[in-house]
Write a protein that binds this ligand. Sequence first.
Ligand code: PLP
Length: 370
Amino acid sequence: MARVSNFNAGPAGLPLPALERARDELVDFAGTGMSIMEHSHRGKAYSGVHFEAMGLLRELLAVPESHHILFMQGGATQMFAQVPMNFLAPGKSVDYIVTGHWSERAVEEARLVAGIQGGAVRIAASSKEKDGIAYRRLPTPAEIHIDPAAVYAHFTTNNTIFGTQWFAEPDVGSVPLVADVSSDILWRKVDVSKYALMYGGAQKNVGPSGVTIVIVARSMLERARTDIPGPFRFKTFADNDSLYNTPPTFGIYLMRNVLAWIKSVGGLAQIEAWNREKAALLYGAIDAAPDYYGAPVDRSARSVMNVVFRLPTPALDELFVKQAEQAGMVGLKGYRSTGGIRASLYNAVTVADVEKLVAFMKDFAARNPA
Ligand SMILES: *Cc1c(COP(=O)(O)O)cnc(C)c1O
């Protein structure tokens, strides 16, 4: 069997043991004579999987009892609208820290919701370059102006496209902190009690697409609107253990496999150690050939998850992607609008995958002088 080294930005690679377990259990789940996909979401077999996944997530991330874990659908994109739907009202205002494409999209949706429900959307900070589309850094504390009366302050923990990442939460005072954690949830343990709400699609670090994880403080839910439709209220999911309607059962099952794998290798301490090792290897290779491999991102904000770099010319970028693919390394092409190379080093990418990439980079630079 030839598995490739998968550097896709999302959906991303899954840990092989999680896939092998799914293969082994696919047609006959736990001796029930059918696949988990064919079970009722109200039955015993699926319930076991559902609550095991929730329990594993709570354990691995040390989610305190003050917070609900919800399994939803619609992706982070739906959450861009659903979060303000739950909390915006006339006379209320929400703050956004804008650090890339996905935070821009979150602002756009919040503004649409404000147009319908009332309320205001403020930009508390932006690290967009003055004349350009790029975000190469994060705002400094002095550049962040939080409205102390805001209902929440939103930020994007990891900027998947531009390759920057927050290594400590922005200081938002006593304003409830909301985060899009789509592309770095579970890269390490974080202090969940600092967040009023975090959300992310599973397809980068936790499972397949189709499952959206929401972790929300009970105190935040008490402030949510109750006059929006049921399926859009976070409280509906919290009150029903995310079994209000049919959940994405197979996606949650696969997520269970990924979470069980994380636990089996030593939990998030081990995952973090691997992630730091992978990022150090790749940034090390870039920095060892700075005239050949250019990294545009401010050093202090370099993402451990998405490593962005470029070669001396777009033609070399293209050749690099093509030859890497021939050598069994896929998903290295940069985002459509930014170009260059992007290597996503999510949890399922192994240290060996990155060693292979780094060896290829040295060889490629030697074979193709600028
Ligand atoms: C991938 C991504 C999204 C979009 O996620 P969908 O699940 O496709 O809606 C949003 N935010 C961030 C930070 C992402 O990486």
